[in-house]
Design a protein around this ligand. Structure first.
Ligand code: G3P
Length: 214
């Protein structure tokens, strides 16, 4: 499974990229706003750090506006994937962009039917929001299962990019199910590497070594 980092914080991206585990980056308007920096400049810096897809989202409610917003983003770097909310206007924009071979990422997906439409429109990636479904007492990982099954039934090329990942178990379940990608916040990425028994083992090795070291 590919791992993307879900942040617009360039320092977090640099640190995570240094671990050798990051295949791409996803941002969204809230993550960009949190940095308080120029959108295009942040995307440009991210593209220089990670050699993989970098999602940048448009906010227009209609397809013409989405396509107009997408132009400067696409011109930043070939790795930019235009992130578009799952609406009928979003499907129109995705269809137009995918015809031109431009990477697209349909986001805010909360049902398998939405995911089916997104794939039919030609989306490169789709993001079901696991954590936000959990937040309303629905089974977020269950949606990943449904979408992976449906895409597999018809060999649809659209990649399931699981998002709104809140815990290491979300990542584990996505990998077990066969999601193509999980986009993970920096703090959760760090948790993936950690285990108390590893820390205990390192301490014991050092303590035992100290006893015999001349
Ligand atoms: O970036 C899209 C998604 O990962 C947002 O996650 O935690 O705000 O639901 P969250």
């Amino acid at each position: 499974m590919k791992l993307f980092i879900d942040t617009a914080n360039v320092s977090e991206i640099k640190e995570a990229a240094s671990w050798g585990i990051i295949d791409g980056v996803t941002t969204n308007p809230s993550l960009i706003a949190k940095e308080g920096r120029d959108f295009a400049q942040v995307v440009k810096e991210i593209c220089a750090i990670v050699d993989g897809p970098v999602s940048a989202e448009v906010l227009s409610p209609d397809a013409p506006g989405m396509l107009k917003e997408a132009e400067p983003l696409i011109n930043i770097h070939p790795n930019v994937a235009v992130k578009i909310p799952m609406t009928l206007e979003g499907l129109k924009a995705v269809k137009e962009l995918s015809k031109k071979g431009i990477k697209t990422h349909i986001t805010l997906v909360f049902s398998a039917n939405q995911a089916l439409l997104a794939a039919k429109a030609g989306a490169t990636f789709i993001s079901p929001f696991v954590g936000r479904l959990d937040d309303v007492s629905e089974y977020g990982i269950g949606l990943i299962e449904e979408i992976v099954l449906i895409y597999g039934n018809y060999e649809l090329p659209t990649q399931v990019l699981a998002a709104s990942i809140r815990t290491p178990l979300h990542v584990l379940d996505c990998a077990k199910i066969g999601a193509h990608i999980a986009t993970v916040p920096f703090n959760v990425l760090k948790m993936l590497a950690q285990h108390p028994l590893t820390d205990i083992g390192i301490k014991k090795f050092n303590d035992d070594w100290a006893k015999v070291k001349k």
